[in-house]
Design a binder for this molecule. Structure first.
Ligand code: HEM
Length: 268
């Protein structure tokens, strides 16, 4: 059967005639799409020179014999990201108001907001998961001796991250403003106040004055959703920079391979 010729394309859609020196081959669409991706990445890379950095971060050598224990840092990072993402959605509905607003906004999230109870649950349980994971990660680092030279600074930043993670748990606990969170936080702030020298100042700072009230809740909220997460994101960045720069430590049972003994020629 004779094939009918394709209808003529409008002028704007017709392929451009090849410039002198160019081939006139027409690319198939999949190839053209892949080419477009490469062009975009090339465009970005030419302007930012990011690709060597990304290669440095992602294509690293790891020592022989590493195991599941080495995934605990990344698991902690994942828990942190889960807290950040779910926290953003909770902040869209939460009201730091002591006159029933905070309590009611949490009730609204759980009862009325689409997937609200799920997101709230992910945030609440995610907090415990993160604390468990950070301790397991720290345990792995400790028992493998990975805190020793040259990784002392990675460990010190880790200690600050641990304190900040616990502070996140403490400040977040007050936010639902129910009986349990209210009284537990009073106990926590009072315990802080018994600390030597800075204790009383610290508890005054946390309460936002001598009384536990509206300022305390907004202060806890600001610390919980702005101050500590910002600090943590910066410190995690630094922690991971050091992990990448220094490389992962080998498990303690992996022996360093001795270079083969070179027998001097004269002795042969
Ligand atoms: C938000 C908390 C933290 C995150 C997201 C985090 C993340 C990570 C990641 C992804 C690694 C590399 C993989 C691994 O060894 O698991 C790592 C390594 C390391 N972390 Fe953490 N970490 C955190 C807290 C801590 C804490 C609390 C400590 C100790 C007090 C610590 C000390 C170290 C050390 C010394 C290394 C190097 C381990 C090695 O080279 O074998 N980190 N961290």
């Amino acid at each position: 059967m004779r094939k009918l010729p394709a209808p003529p394309l409008p002028k704007a859609l017709r392929p451009k005639p090849p410039a002198p020196g160019e081939t006139s081959e027409v690319m198939d669409p999949v190839e053209a799409a892949a080419d477009a991706g490469i062009t975009v990445v090339d465009w970005l890379d030419e302007r930012t020179s990011l690709s060597p950095g990304i290669r440095w971060l992602l294509f690293r050598k790891v020592p022989r014999g590493i195991n599941w224990g080495y995934t605990l840092g990344s698991a902690t990072l994942f828990a942190f990201l889960n807290q950040a993402v779910t926290g953003v959605f909770l902040a869209m509905y939460y009201e730091p108001n002591v006159n029933g607003g905070a309590y009611e906004s949490i009730r609204n999230i759980n009862d009325n907001v689409f997937l609200g109870q799920f997101v709230h649950g992910m945030h609440k349980w995610g907090a415990s998961v993160m604390i468990i994971l950070i301790f397991l990660h720290m345990g792995r680092v400790f028992f493998f001796g990975a805190y020793k030279y040259p990784r002392e600074l990675t460990w010190i930043i880790g200690v600050v991250l641990l304190i900040l993670t616990l502070a996140m748990g403490f400040t977040g606990y007050l936010l639902p403003f129910n009986q349990q969170s209210y009284w537990a936080t009073i106990v926590g702030v009072n315990i802080n106040g018994t600390g030597p020298f800075i204790g009383p100042y610290l508890s005054d700072f946390l309460r936002g004055g001598p009384e536990f009230g509206a300022t305390t809740l907004s202060r806890f909220y600001a610390i919980h959703m702005l101050l500590i997460p910002g600090l943590m994101a910066a410190l995690i960045g630094l922690h991971l920079y050091l992990v990448t720069k220094l490389g992962i430590s080998a498990p303690p049972w992996i022996k360093v391979e001795e270079p083969e003994e070179v027998v001097p020629v004269a002795e042969v």
